[in-house]
Design a protein around this ligand. Structure first.
Ligand code: AHR
Length: 499
């Protein structure tokens, strides 16, 4: 099969905000305890954090991590996680029906995040807590000194403020499963008031207000509109959450799910712009897709969990090759919408629906989905270019006219290169992809890396990671045009040098 992509240097979608490669770490399951933190582990540092996990988090290059939840957030007192560890309370976490020991709290997490080279996207509890707790945590983290909370931070060992820039106003507040769930009116009001005073404490911060928990929520669209009516002038981003699965084992429909993500984003953009017009505002509301991933493998197992354990294994999806392909399509979809999607968080980072897995007392390893994410976060920087793609399409149960190729071209002027990410959705046809990069002079192929040739159910395990990129030689530059062979069912990264 042949495919032709045409881009022009002058036609850009947007500069990529690196926070589009964000991730998420919640106090749930084994994400924190026996994930990033395991004091008895042979690689533990002096503070109890696993060095082997730190190395993988550095490798995946996520620039920002949303913390501490998730559903956990809506019952969390951030004050439980500061001060001497011995004095911290053990609490029931009603969201996941577990026991939280608070051994890891604000300072421990901030120190760890700095060590792995990530910023923190901090979320404030608007479930059981409210405006007071929200303004206090901003004061604790970001105010230099000379006030109760900032001086308490200094007393607790952090002289310099943490300077956290990105903050979430609660989590999935429309969901009946959420502790302190709210109507759109109730949430819109409290979010606006919390936002106002948080910015009074630190005008430099940016705020994300909760959109719907997913696109199929019964209040989807009206929730966004009402919440934005209240908060438009006070917040910077509206959140989107969505998880994807393949419960019917239908590969064609599964790989088409990124088209659904694209539709979801476009609908939310339309709602934001409707409120913009209604308010006659100059401001553009951008999006934070701060929970996205594949989540379905662990559902059956998790339904049998005993309550009130400490750090039980929950949501431990084991990802396979077809998941890596869909994850690649989802990443490309986020990049295609990078004019509005400025922040996105792969949910989550370690053990809980995560690209990184650990064994308690054992090794850490990269799941199949680790690699497309890592390669995008490593190379996907610069300006996303608008493209025209000519390629055959297919129909499936979910939708019609799904292009066989999902792809994007990025121009990185600093490195003088063009980067192409592409997924071939066809099960049996190689795609001969021709890319015409108008306005550029191409030199040579710097890298052509692919993940292909696996059984679609192939997984990675400890000490065995078969689903990983390999180098291909089947890309060339000729007559200022790039040609690359995309193997059937493949994730591809092509980097081309520019004059
Ligand atoms: O990421 C797992 C859970 O999914 C989060 O806690 C919640 O926000 C979402 O429903």
């Amino acid at each position: 099969m042949k495919a032709k992509m045409t881009v022009n240097k002058a036609f850009a979608i947007s500069e990529i905000d690196p926070r589009i490669y964000g991730s998420f770490l919640e106090h749930m399951g084994r994400a924190v305890y026996s994930g990033i933190y395991e004091p008895d582990h042979e690689t533990a540092d002096t503070k109890g954090f696993r060095e082997d996990v730190k190395a993988l988090v550095k490798e995946i290059k996520t620039p920002i991590i949303r913390y501490p939840g998730g559903n956990f957030l809506s019952g969390y007192n951030w004050e439980d996680g500061i001060g001497p560890v011995e004095g911290r309370p053990k609490r029931l976490d009603l969201a996941w029906k577990t026991v939280e020991t608070n051994e890891v709290g604000l300072h421990e997490f901030m120190t760890w995040a700095k060590e792995v080279g990530s910023e923190v996207n901090m979320a404030v509890n608007l479930g059981t807590k409210g405006i007071d707790s929200a303004r206090n945590i901003v004061e604790y983290c970001n105010h230099p000194k000379g006030s109760y909370w900032s001086d308490l931070r200094r007393q607790n060992g952090a002289e310099a403020p943490f300077k956290i820039k990105t903050w979430c106003l609660g989590n999935e507040m429309d969901g009946p499963w959420q502790i302190g769930a709210k109507t759109a009116e109730e949430y819109g009001r409290i979010a606006a008031e919390a936002a106002k005073v948080m910015k009074w404490v630190d005008p430099e911060i940016e705020l994300v207000v909760c959109g719907s928990s997913h696109a199929k929520m019964p209040t989807f669209a009206s929730w966004e509109a009402t919440v934005l009516e209240h908060t438009y002038d006070h917040v910077d981003y509206l959140s989107l959450h969505h998880y994807f699965g393949n419960p019917n084992n239908d590969l064609k429909s599964y790989l088409a799910k990124s088209v659904g993500m694209d539709n979801f984003i476009k609908s939310v953009v339309a709602i934001c712009d409707y409120i913009k017009a209604k308010k006659n505002s100059k401001k553009i509301m951008n999006l934070s897709f701060d929970e996205w991933n594949i989540w379905y493998h662990s559902h059956a197992k998790d339904s049998k969990n005993e309550p009130w354990q400490q750090a039980p294994p929950i949501l431990e999806d084991i990802y396979n090759f077809e998941d890596a392909l869909l994850l690649g399509c989802l990443l490309i979809t986020l990049l295609k919408n990078s004019d509005r999607v400025k922040i996105a968080c792969l949910a989550q980072l370690v053990n809980v629906i995560a690209p990184i897995m650990t064994e308690k007392g054992g090794p850490a390893w990269r799941q199949a989905t680790f690699y497309p994410f890592m390669q995008a976060a490593t190379h996907g920087h610069g300006t996303v270019l608008r493209h025209n793609l000519e390629v055959a399409t297919y129909d499936c149960d979910e939708m019609n006219a799904v292009p066989y190729v999902e792809s994007i071209v990025i121009h990185n002027p600093e490195k003088n290169e063009a980067i192409i990410f592409a997924v071939n959705r066809s099960e049996n046809e190689t795609v001969d992809l021709a890319v015409e990069l108008q306005g550029f002079e191409l030199t040579n192929v710097l890298e052509f890396s692919e993940i292909s040739g696996h059984d679609i159910k192939q997984i990675n395990e400890k000490n065995n990671e078969p689903v990983a990129p390999t180098t291909s030689k089947e890309a060339t530059v000729k007559n200022n045009e790039l040609s690359a062979k995309l193997q059937p069912l493949s994730w591809n990264v092509v980097r081309v040098g520019l004059k």
